[in-house]
Design a protein around this ligand. Sequence first.
Ligand code: ADP
Ligand code: MG
Length: 309
Amino acid sequence: MDEFELIQNYFNWLLTDATVELGVGDDAAIFNLDSGYQLVTTTDTLLEGVHFFKDASPEDIAYKALAVNLSDIAAMGAIAKYFTLAITLPKLDEIWLKKFSESLKDTSSKYNVSLIGGDTTRGPLNITITMMGVVEKSKAIKRSGANNGDNIYISGEIGDAALCLKKINEGEEPDKTEIVKLNRPIPRLNLGHALNGIASSCIDISDGLEQDLSHIIKASKVGAIIDVQKLPLSQSMANYIKVSNNWSLPLCGGDDYELCFTAPKNFNSEIINMAELCSVRITKIGVINDSKNLKINGYTSKNKSYQHF
Ligand code: ADP
Ligand code: MG
């Protein structure tokens, strides 16, 4: 099997999206955009040893590579549409490729996104996906829109992915539910799009709430106050805190891919309804103020969120 047969066999499946004029197989892809919409695009790389363990399953790697990119589109309040896949493989392992490709296909059909192209090379395992989405013109939710007095909310529960990683690194066996949180984060696409026109700013929590909320306040030139007691925690996270009183995991742990967003106070009841409509927990964790810094009530540790450098 050569490079082109590999692409044909594993990365070229039938498109069902009528807006795609040309997908895999030419020098570039072509798709049609409705007028009145803007293209929203984002890229994320998954590296062996950094983003997943050497023994991670091809199914989990494919899922997560897509999910983390979808999460960025969700955080913009956009609708995910198309993606390209740049994959570097150490060797031609058909069993691995088949599992990877099937998981990628299943996940992309679940979230209604089309693979329209990519690049295939040999080297240390690396998966880079570029996701494209659309949003009504000027409606994207940026990090820079938070205003003094806005409420701050987060979706889902945070800290579980970091707790799972901590257990693995310390040689402890994580629970099944914790492993699912780490390997299969749910991109909050429905919520992100529903927040369009309601949220004043939004970010997905990939590096830790403390750092990601700091991005919002910096971009918006405001401050924020949150309270650790209000953070939404799973049962296992709550148990861990009870024993350790260590809030670093939910505050600074990455990989949750929940949304952190702000909205004017008068939208509070709409947001509560939205939680039900989108079948996701939404919790108010604090408010935006004009202080220019982030105050976390109940947190005294100096631990900080993840950075690559
Ligand atoms: P070129 O040499 O013109 O850049 P390639 O030979 O790299 O084209 O790729 C041929 C076609 O296959 C292109 O349409 C490209 O987008 C697609 N492609 C290559 N690798 C992948 C991949 N991993 N997943 C999906 N499409 C791919
Ligand atoms: Mg070419």
